[in-house]
Design a protein around this ligand. Structure first.
Ligand SMILES: *Cc1c(COP(=O)(O)O)cnc(C)c1O
Length: 360
């Protein structure tokens, strides 16, 4: 067996220890005589898996009892609709910050349900930065403020937490959740598709302040209703049981590692190494304002784009895969989520230096 360092933006690497444990438990979960995939979601065994996953996530992130934690389906993209359906609560306008491709998708979907006020945008900067707090034009009658703390495609993140007064703050944290500690109490809703820092694709974790639930748009599908999901412990229907189990293994792995403070330390070191290598070379470049550079997604270009193909081929031979940039941006992108070992970043940095020497 040989595993590569997979720099994919998502689905992304999972911790090897987690995959090994899943393999170990595949045919017979802890003496139950069956795989987790074959268990009734209402049975005692599965209920213990589900509730441990939730408890571990609550502990890791410091989620208070005044928040519900939901394990839903449809990925982060389904939340682009679920958020307005659940949070408009009789209002008809919401504020959105536009900092890149994922913000735009969230905005386009929200426009189907309400008036969207783009309260801040870095589009004029080609999304190489984020608007500052002073630049935000927030409306006092907005139902909520939505933003994308880490833009996965552009590799841009907010270096600050937007201050929105009494208006609930909603964050699409798909590509940054669990990368460092955050103050959950500052948010109305946090949601994250699983395939970057949590587990398998399809699952979406939604953390929602309880007082915001229960007043949904008339046409909201029952499955999208946060209150219904909370009342049924995310088991209104059959939940994505195996994905939820794997997410639980990832949460336990993070706890073993020392929690989010420790994870943050490692992530910051990994990102610093890569950005330093890029900045110190005359061959590679990253277009993002250094104050807003993502810890998770690092796009970079080669001085000569005609070498892109060779770079990718040679990297692959070294076991460094999925470095091709998003089709809308070009160049390269290294996604270095929680499960990317520091040794993977070291290997990439060494390869980049070598490649520059040969071809630069
Ligand atoms: C990956 C991603 C999404 C989309 O997630 P799906 O699970 O494919 O719907 C949305 N927002 C951000 C910030 C992402 O990184």
């Amino acid at each position: 067996m040989s595993r590569v360092y997979n720099f994919s933006a998502g689905p992304a690497m999972l911790p090897q220890a987690v995959l090994e444990q899943a393999r170990e438990e595949m045919l017979d979960w802890q003496g139950s005589g069956m795989s987790v995939m074959e268990m009734s979601h209402r049975g005692k065994e599965y209920m213990s898996i589900a509730s441990k996953a939730e408890a571990d996530l609550r502990e890791l992130m410091g989620i208070g009892d005044n928040y519900a934690v939901l394990f839903m389906q449809g990925g982060a993209s389904s939340q682009f609709a679920a958020v307005p359906m659940n949070l408009l609560r009789g209002k008809n306008t919401a504020d959105y910050l536009n900092t890149g491709a994922w913000s735009k998708k969230a905005i386009a979907e929200a426009k189907r349900y309400c008036a969207v006020n783009v309260a801040g945008s870095s589009e004029a900067d080609k999304f190489s930065s984020v608007p500052s707090q002073d630049e935000l034009q927030l409306q006092s009658d907005a139902a909520y403020v939505h933003y994308t703390p880490n833009e996965t495609i552009g590799g841009v993140e907010f270096p600050y937490l937007p201050e929105t007064g009494n208006v609930p703050l909603v964050a699409d944290m798909s590509s940054t959740i669990l990368s460092r500690p955050i103050d959950v109490s500052k948010f109305g809703v946090i949601y994250a598709g699983a395939q970057k820092n949590i587990g398998p694709a399809g699952l979406v974790v939604v953390i929602v302040r309880k007082d915001l639930m229960g007043d949904v748009l008339e046409a909201t599908p029952t499955m999208f209703n946060y209150q219904v999901q909370a009342d049924n412990d995310s088991m209104y229907n059959t939940p994505p049981t195996y994905s939820w189990y794997l997410a639980g293994l990832v949460f336990a792995w993070l706890k073993d590692l020392g929690g989010l403070e420790k994870m943050a330390e490692i992530n910051q070191r990994k990102a610093n190494k890569l950005y330093t290598a890029i900045d110190n070379s005359g061959f590679y470049a990253n277009p993002v304002d250094p104050a807003c550079r993502s810890w998770m997604n690092v796009p970079f270009t080669l001085a000569n784009p005609e070498l892109d193909g060779v770079f990718l081929e040679e990297a692959k031979l070294q076991g460094l895969t999925s470095l091709k940039g998003h089709r809308s941006v070009g160049g390269m992108r290294a996604s270095i989520y929680n499960a990317m070992p520091e040794a993977g970043v070291d290997a990439l940095v060494a390869f980049m230096a070598d490649f520059e020497q040969q071809h630069g």
